[in-house]
Design a protein around this ligand. Structure first.
Ligand SMILES: *Cc1c(COP(=O)(O)O)cnc(C)c1O
Length: 448
């Protein structure tokens, strides 16, 4: 493809397409990507952009991996799709089997849907109806955390009230109480106190709304879109124990943290506690196709059985358990073994840690933090109008554009800057990323 074609595509895109999370009045034209390999995206004229946010956190083994490509091609030649009510296929069964084995902890029943948001909607509906089916109709309230983010559909938005993205939609939302999240960073001396306060606040809500709460929904170890806020595993354990003491279901949204992001295959493994319901998406299909799962304990599933349809779960999508998506998800799980992916993630974590002192020495960097494959920090003394939620803030946009112009796909979340690379990223590419990260901060310091 010539650059002329790219220019043409870009112009036609601007005429025809409405992009996600984009202010079209002031955003620059989208960059045309023609192909991708490993950690790199390539424009039609051959310019390389390091994909340091794994294309919205989905690409885990790298772009266009030969084995994943092969798995999809082979599946397409056999069965591209079949409706999933009244039918099944080997890919869905094998994937459910592999996932439930890896999850363990009684998480044994798999419901398929299409993306992270729908996996959360399904979890909400399952939890709500589980209470109703058991005759606990007073339970209609959910509890989520400040800065939590669970997706863009109505139920998921309601849980994401504390993220600041959705204030306009308040009138459409369902009932949710939001409590503090004990976020931490390297060298945080106050974390113990913050955890105690957050747990007290959660306890107060659960006591005040005794027998009214359906479930507590939390992103274990890391709140993603709400600002890459990490917490300690023991905090999540205390949250789950407290919820259970009050007879409330525990839902872990591992849409972002699942599949190795935080160092273990699932973040809950580092928390010493498992949920009643878990949501998985993003890395599930290694960034190839939209699919998600909501996995529950069998006891929850059993409560949906009855002699008429009323007790059944009224939910399903056209593309539920799409065979192509199942095939690539299975191939991705095999890659974790074949390529010893978790060891590679540990190496990325070690390299991030080694880079920390350099970052921490920069005058614009505060609260630097590392977790698994993720490195994040806050920008110091954000100019006015630049603090949270500030997703669309001018500085954030300009920094993003500076990084793109210099070959790095880095997308600050307001004043939070982070790297979240595909696990295939090479050491040399990581070093390039740290250098680029710092160069962008120097530019911002001088420009500001
Ligand atoms: C991205 C994300 C979602 C929403 O997933 P989509 O696929 O974008 O709908 C939900 N929860 C968490 C924790 C996420 O990071």
């Amino acid at each position: 493809m010539t650059s002329d074609t790219a220019l043409d595509l870009s112009a036609r895109d601007r005429r025809l397409i409405w992009h996600p999370f984009t202010q079209h009045a002031n955003d620059s034209a989208p960059i045309v990507i023609e192909r991708a390999r490993g950690a790199s995206l390539f424009t039609p004229d051959g310019r390389e952009i390091l994909d340091l946010v794994s294309s919205w956190w989905t690409t885990i083994h790298g772009h266009s991996h030969p084995k994943l490509n092969e798995a999809i091609a082979a599946q397409a030649a056999k069965l591209e799709h079949v409706m999933f009510a009244g039918f099944t296929h080997a890919g869905a069964v094998e994937l459910a089997d592999a996932l439930t084995r890896k999850l363990g902890n009684g998480l044994e029943r798999v419901f398929f849907s299409d993306d992270g948001s729908t996996s959360v909607e399904v979890a909400l509906k399952i939890a709500y109806q589980y209470c109703a089916n058991r005759g606990e109709a007073r339970r209609r309230l959910f509890v989520s955390f400040e800065h939590g983010y669970h997706g863009d559909t109505l139920g998921a938005m309601s849980l994401s009230r504390g993220s600041g993205f959705f204030n306009l939609f308040e009138g459409l939302m369902c009932e949710v109480k939001t409590v503090p999240f004990a976020a931490t960073y390297e060298g945080d001396a106050e974390i113990g106190i913050k955890e105690d306060r957050a747990i007290e606040a959660l306890n107060a809500v659960l006591v005040e709304h005794k027998r009214e709460v359906v479930a507590v929904v939390v992103e274990p170890l890391m709140q993603g879109a709400g600002g890459m806020r990490f917490c300690r595993g023991r905090f999540i354990r205390r949250v789950a124990e407290l919820a259970r003491k009050h007879g409330v279901l525990v839902i872990f949204d591992e849409v972002a943290t699942g599949f190795g992001r935080t160092g273990n295959l699932f973040a809950f493994e580092r928390c010493g506690v498992a949920p009643d319901i878990i949501c998985l998406s993003k890395g599930l299909t290694a960034g190839y196709l939209p699919m998600s799962v909501t996995v529950t304990r069998n006891e929850i599933f059993e409560a949906f059985k009855g002699t008429n349809f009323d007790k059944a779960l009224a939910h399903g999508h056209s593309f539920t358990a799409n065979p192509l998506a199942c095939a690539v998800a299975l191939a991705s799980l095999r890659l974790f073994e074949e390529e010893r992916t978790l060891e590679r993630i540990a190496a990325i974590e070690a390299r991030h840690r080694a880079a920390l002192p350099r970052l921490q020495a920069h005058p614009l960097v505060a609260k630097a933090r590392v977790l698994g494959s993720i490195l994040a920090f806050d920008l110091v003394s954000a100019p006015s109008g630049y603090g949270r939620p500030g997703y669309g803030s001018e500085h954030s946009r300009r920094l993003r554009e500076w990084y793109l112009a210099h070959g790095f796909n880095i997308r600050p979340l307001g004043n939070v800057v982070y790297l979240l690379p595909p696990y295939c990223i090479a050491d040399a590419e990581l070093d390039r990323a740290y250098d680029g990260l710092l160069a962008g901060l120097d530019w911002l310091g001088n420009a500001g």
